[in-house]
Design a protein around this ligand. Structure first.
Ligand SMILES: [Zn+2]
Length: 295
């Protein structure tokens, strides 16, 4: 374990009112896509208290609560409310991203309000699910103008370009991402799930340049990839571009409780053929530097 405590850059928390009957909650809010993903895949559930208890057992100092790519404004607003409450209830244990939806209204006031309640980024975004025009929706353009100017990171869901087929899978064409990174070149991006294979294309000269301000997280990694991914992406991007992340309470070992899967992520990192410094950077040092966190 890192002496300063591990940081996890990508988790999702839900209050009991959501976890009790996710399908019913999804139906009432018009969140069919989310409902399909969380009821037909290896989803687990954790509220703030469960999350902090698991963090204490695993030596995780802080987790970054990521929002969701909600299809409606109502769920995004509701999630921001419960994340704001969790941040206040457990100081020092949670970081949070603001959830967004084009029907929420003026993005600048939502983002300024999010900064007030303690958010430090935006995500997890998947505009193809959130708005018919995807990134072309003026709402997202205004969001990026603000986040780029204010130095706020944006975390994107990236689907592996070749890989598993599962209910709710949505393609995230890598070339669209490359074009986005080129257009918003001062924006700091985090590509979730090891960037869905994008790190390989950093060998391409154009893509390498486009990835200058792009980091990857390891969310859901043990579920998707062979453990050699740690070393290979280190070779491709450099250890400084990788944030350890789980996607907790996703069950990374589908037949086991979510916490065991989370433990397996840290074990994989401990066993990866990396230097001690690299391991410590990935387990938390990179994220501390990235967000300017003080101890
Ligand atoms: Zn994701």
């Amino acid at each position: 374990m890192s002496p300063r405590g591990r940081l996890d850059a990508h988790v999702h928390g839900y209050p009991p009112v959501v976890a009790r009957d996710p399908l019913d909650w999804a139906r009432r809010r018009g969140e069919q896509h989310w409902g399909r993903l969380v009821t037909q895949g290896p989803q687990g559930w954790a509220d703030a208290q469960d999350m902090v208890a698991a963090m204490d057992r695993l030596g995780v100092e802080k987790v970054w609560l990521q929002g969701w790519y909600w299809e409606r404004a109502e769920a995004a607003r509701e999630q921001n409310e419960w994340y704001a409450e969790w941040l206040a209830r457990y100081p020092g244990r949670f970081l949070a991203s603001c959830a967004l939806h084009p029907d929420m209204g003026d993005p600048v006031s939502i983002l300024e309000d999010a900064r007030e309640w303690g958010a430090c980024g935006v995500g997890e975004l998947l505009p193809q699910v959130q708005s018919p025009r995807g990134w072309q929706d003026p709402f997202w353009q205004e969001v990026l103008a603000w986040t780029e100017r204010e130095g706020w990171p944006v975390l994107l869901h990236v689907t592996e370009a070749a890989g598993h087929v599962y209910p709710g899978r949505v393609e995230t064409p890598l070339m669209d991402l490359v074009a986005l990174f080129e257009t918003w070149s001062d924006q700091r991006w985090i590509c979730a799930h090891w960037g869905g294979g994008l790190p390989f294309y950093s060998l391409n000269r154009r893509v390498r340049k486009a990835l200058q301000n792009v980091w990857v997280d390891t969310a859901a990694g043990p579920l998707l990839y062979h453990p050699s991914v740690w070393k290979i992406v280190r070779d491709l991007l450099g250890a400084e571009k990788i944030f350890a992340a789980s996607d907790f309470p996703l069950r990374l070992q589908p037949s086991r409780p979510a916490e065991e899967g989370w433990r397996s992520l840290w074990r994989q990192l401990d066993e990866a053929p990396l230097s001690g410094d690299e391991r410590e950077a990935i387990a938390g040092g990179n994220l501390r530097d990235f967000l300017g966190l003080r101890d």
